[in-house]
Design a protein around this ligand. Sequence first.
Ligand SMILES: C[S@@+](CC[C@H](N)C(=O)[O-])C[C@H]1O[C@@H](n2cnc3c(N)ncnc32)[C@H](O)[C@@H]1O
Length: 348
Amino acid sequence: MTDAQSSATQTTPLAKSDFSHETVLLYETVDAVLGKTPTKKQSKKVTGSQDKVSGIFVDATFGRGGHSKLLLESLSDDGQLFVFDKDPEAIAVAEEIAKSDNRVTVVHDSFANITHCLHQHGVLQVNGIMADLGVSSPQLDDGSRGFSFMRDGAIDMRMDTSRGQSVGEWLQTVEEEDLANVLFDFGEERHSRRIARAIKQMDSYTSTLELAEVIKQAHPKWQKGKHPATQSFQAMRIFINNELGDIDNFLQQSLSLLAPGGHLAVISFHSLEDRRIKQFLQRHSRGQYPEDENLPMPPVRPRYFSKPIRIAPSKAEVSVNNRSRSAWLRVATRTDTPYNTDPDELHS
Ligand SMILES: C[S@@+](CC[C@H](N)C(=O)[O-])C[C@H]1O[C@@H](n2cnc3c(N)ncnc32)[C@H](O)[C@@H]1O
């Protein structure tokens, strides 16, 4: 369970304009969100979307806009696309597009606030929502963002640099035991206690390369081809950005936001994310499930989603974009069952 990281060690700093993002599962995701849901078989041979589609769509993770740009090619003149990102640099790119395309509305916020933000724009329901979770290549490649253990920079790791605490600030005050729990829970790092102890013995938290070196020295088992700090960096990033909490909130809100027949398409990159999406779609597409084995009858649940499927990138894509190798796309279609705001349902 690890995120893809750039393997090249960069010594000369790159200009911001040098950072680009190669979009993963591009055609599969856009076809799915537009309702041209590919089957598992078809996903190997994707043709893209030719006909114009009207409606309101959301790209919950704009990044550098790979998915958004393709979707806009298929969106009719009266269609609308709301794009979200936490990252001010991604938002700046989105705003450039919105300047010349009045179908695009840019929201600098977490997708965890999707309902509130759409309501502010007078939108109660949408026809499709896509999300491509995790970090973008520009975030990883820019050492100054602090996500990379291969490039030096401040230990930041916030997606939204305009608010919140950086990882460096958090490390100054976190208890060793709490740090170990984060490394274990969000990085599945088996040597979390030993690594947490070494990190808490550091004098300062100002350099990602220093932090990576301390983790490397504390790690008793180095795996060939994988930096020993991979899982610890991923864990701290997931924690500081509340990534799993945001995903849970976002998925829950898709139930009330998607219009009947609307599509949800979510790409994940590691098992902690994919498991949540899978279980959410299973829970809301089965209708019934054995919640408590002691009950005489399983509880009847509304079926809010139909046809959940999982799509992997083609071999051809993996061969040209290494980052796609751990990606999974999950797609489902909203049924016409009205959303039940029963408080029990909200927390399920
Ligand atoms: C993998 S990239 C998306 C790339 C995009 N699909 C493209 O083709 O350019 C993920 C993006 O989602 C953003 N992001 C991650 N979690 C978010 C959240 N909770 N709310 C809004 N944006 C988020 C990150 O800042 C990053 O820009």
